[in-house]
Design a binder for this molecule. Structure first.
Ligand SMILES: *Cc1c(COP(=O)(O)O)cnc(C)c1O
Length: 419
């Protein structure tokens, strides 16, 4: 089962809840998540890798709603964070600190200090100046801190260039020579235990080869380090597993494990994975309402009440999201639409040249595979309150983040006397 969105009598359901009923209750647009799909995707990975009992740290930037995080933490997941704000969320859902790993190229002093005080498992360090900074702050706090070094293996993951992170020209990670030097000079960092290697080469990677290529390089490198007597306890293989948006044929968790596990046979590392999209992507949809159908000489536009501020992936990466009508109308003709939002930008589209059943004002549609990098990348552009988020479990549903109000839009703003 890829997800728990399906049709019953031509009406879209999430698990046992008719999606239309939620739309009537709370209005549109809203994000809708399936509890079961989230859990099943986590469990697929846990099962595939059970022989090495990995720590699976859900990459929170994909979807950071507290209800989602709590769901995954209760099922044994840890969390991969990239900011102090994400650390705050991790604490809110009572994630054990021993299951938190912290990556990102721009950690501030305050963020580092908070994470050390929390007692997170590992910092994934991306530069030498960052390493020095963590050393200084750990010294001040009289703590010994676990550090893993993010290696940039210089491989092309064959994905969109904005989400490729493992090529030499990206800002991420350290080259192997530098990592080697750090291990040799570990005594320069008395408050750090340099005990791990981290690699994350990009996102929405649908083939196994880029992973295998990167991990082979890492393995050779590890062998080299260990020959010199350096100890590596944690091997963090990152995230990046691709999912189905349209006609991709990504590797399954089992296929992925079959390719990866033999590479590391006999190794005693504590393995860490940081999947985001794989767990969240197909677990959520964005539900929106058609406002107008605008027919011009060039195109048919379906203008809807969700826009690029709600779901920016099509505008940002040219991403494809399948469109599911909440009610299928058997035999009507299909028309081709550009499905666009209300925002004043030509980039404000959710789909282009899409053949869909004929649409009319007030029709409801769901954008599939919007559970990852959907709400978490949303904004208030054009002074639009952010959408509500709803979680379904079986026949229950609940709003897990309220739709923002106009007052939310201006919270914290003030007009100085002197303007
Ligand atoms: C974004 C990110 C991930 C998750 O990537 P997915 O493609 O969503 O699995 C994992 N690790 C790091 C360091 C990241 O920045």
């Amino acid at each position: 089962m890829m997800h728990d969105f399906h049709y019953v009598n031509d009406e879209l359901y999430c698990e046992s809840v008719r999606v239309k009923d939620i739309a009537w209750r709370i209005g549109t647009p809203f994000y809708l998540y399936s509890h079961k799909t989230f859990v099943e995707h986590l469990e697929k990975l846990q099962r595939a890798f059970k022989s090495v009992k990995p720590l699976i740290c859900f990459s929170m930037k994909a979807n950071s709603n507290l209800a989602i995080l709590r769901t995954l933490v209760k099922k044994g997941a840890g969390l991969d964070i990239v900011s102090g704000g994400e650390l705050f969320r991790a604490k809110k859902v009572l994630c054990p600190p021993s299951r938190i790993v912290y990556a990102g190229v721009g950690k501030t002093d305050q963020e580092i200090e908070d994470a050390i005080r929390t007692g997170i498992l590992l910092f994934n360090v991306e530069s030498i100046p960052e390493l020095s900074r963590i050393e200084r702050i750990a010294g001040k706090l009289r703590k010994k801190v676990n550090v893993s070094l993010r290696v940039n293996p210089d491989v092309d993951p064959g994905t969109h260039e904005h989400i490729a992170t493992g090529k030499a020209e990206t800002k991420f990670g350290l080259d192997m020579d530098t990592v080697h030097l750090v291990f040799m000079r570990a005594d320069q960092y008395p408050h750090l235990l340099i005990c791990g290697i981290h690699v994350h080469i990009g996102s929405q990677i649908v083939r196994g080869e880029p992973f295998v290529k990167a991990f082979r390089k890492i393995l050779l490198f590890l062998t080299h380090l260990e020959k010199e007597g350096h100890k590596v306890e944690f091997l963090n293989l990152g995230g990046g597993l691709g999912i189905i948006y349209s006609d991709e044929r990504p590797q399954t968790a089992d296929e992925f494990a079959k390719q990866i596990l033999p590479l590391f046979k006999g190794k005693k590392y504590t393995f860490i994975f940081e999947p985001g999209r794989f767990i969240a992507g197909n677990s959520g949809v964005l539900v929106s309402r058609v406002l107008y159908i605008k027919e011009t000489q060039a195109k048919n536009f379906a203008i809807i009440d969700g826009g690029m501020n709600d779901l920016i992936r099509p505008a940002l990466y040219g991403s494809f999201h399948d469109i599911w009508p909440l009610k299928k109308k058997g035999l009507t003709r299909k028309s081709t639409y550009d499905v666009v939002g209300p925002i004043c930008e030509s980039g404000d589209f959710l789909a282009k040249n899409r053949a869909l059943q004929e649409l009319h004002p007030n029709d409801l549609v769901a954008f599939a595979s919007a559970g990852a990098y959907g709400f978490s990348m949303s904004s208030n552009y054009n002074a639009r309150p952010r959408a509500a988020e709803v979680l379904v479990r079986g026949s229950k549903f609940e709003v897990v983040r309220e739709r923002e109000t106009y007052l939310d839009l201006i919270r914290g703003e003030r007009i100085p006397r002197w303007v």
